[in-house]
Design a protein around this ligand. Structure first.
Ligand code: SF4
Ligand code: ZN
Length: 307
């Protein structure tokens, strides 16, 4: 095996991309990640020239990496603008640290940044929901509640800042995990994730990292001196996604390229989202039901908090 960078020939190699056989030095790896994000944006037409891009920045390494990369790529779209939005679910220490990282990072780049919270939008924090026994009472894992409400909060936040598109830091791993989780829940509608879809009245979501494995983003963040969190979310252990993630990570380690193979299989069987056809009676957002999951959940939680 050659021990020099496949791009520039340097002997200071730092990464062997097993699924493609390429070898990189630090400089060429960082450049390659940016180029791949750029290629993903162009392949799926994720951005438009006049976009007002709201980057969902949780404050974790993935989202800070996305902010940094989009900040660089935005120069290709001189008439587009970038705003960072952070949703604070109200998870002490874990989210506090992340919000602090997000604030500092956006400030250093000079990107306008806004923090919104579950408390502001819904009237409660995730911790209040879990600690009052409401998650157990309604038989939902904290991560399920967090996921549904964060998605809604992001939409509300993006509307407030006047965004035309929401960019999230979902990686190849995240997307494949979501498809597997859907299968395990009996949901076999494979709608595209992180690809721009124009639906009237809906701010599209894009995932510029959708073709990049999580471990490459971790390496990118590490090599770019992006801060890593010291706290982990106290609820992560209870997450179903965590189990699926562990399985898929081990599988990819043994059989490099499996995640790409899985994504390409799902892409072949994409179905039209039925969500595009119906609107929630309460909030007007697209949903496959009469009242969307977010509205239903907020109502249930508020009712129980009152009692
Ligand atoms: Fe929310 Fe679960 Fe992530 Fe914690 S681990 S931030 S509860 S989705
Ligand atoms: Zn609704």
């Amino acid at each position: 095996m050659a021990t020099v960078c496949s791009v520039c020939g340097s002997s200071e190699v730092i990464y062997h991309r097993r699924y493609s056989g390429e070898i990189f030095c630090r400089r060429c790896f960082l450049k390659n990640i940016i180029e791949r994000v750029r290629a993903t944006i162009s392949r799926y037409e994720l951005l438009k020239p006049f976009d007002k891009i709201a980057v969902a920045v949780s404050g974790g390494k993935d989202s800070l990496s996305l902010l940094k990369i989009l900040y660089e790529i935005e120069r290709d779209f001189p008439r587009a603008s970038l705003t960072a939005i952070t949703i604070d679910e109200g998870i002490p220490e874990y989210r506090d640290e992340a919000v602090e990282n997000a604030v500092k990072y956006a400030e250093n780049l000079g990107v306008p940044h806004y923090v919104f919270s579950f408390k502001d939008f819904f009237g409660f924090t995730l911790t209040e929901v879990v600690e009052n026994g409401i998650a157990d009472a309604i038989s939902l894992q904290p991560c399920t509640i967090c996921g549904v409400l964060r998605r809604r909060a992001l939409t509300l936040a993006a509307k407030k800042v006047g965004a035309t598109v929401i960019a999230t830091a979902h990686t190849l791993d995240d997307i494949v995990q979501t498809y597997f989780l859907n299968i395990l829940r009996g949901d076999t509608r494979f709608t595209p994730i992180g690809i721009r879809r124009e639906v009237e009245g809906v701010i599209p979501r894009i995932a510029p990292f959708r073709l990049i494995p999580e471990y490459e983003i971790v390496l990118y963040a590490f090599l770019s001196n992006i801060p890593f969190q010291t706290y982990t979310c106290p609820y992560v252990e209870r997450s179903m996604r965590n189990m699926v993630r562990a399985f898929l990570t081990e599988y990819e380690e043994k059989f490099p390229g499996s995640l790409y193979a899985a994504l390409s299989s799902f892409e072949k069987v994409y179905t039209k989202s039925i969500e595009e056809d119906r609107r929630c009676r309460k909030c007007g957002e697209p949903t496959g039901r009469e009242v969307c999951r977010a509205c239903e959940l907020v109502e249930k939680i508020l009712e129980r908090l009152k009692n």
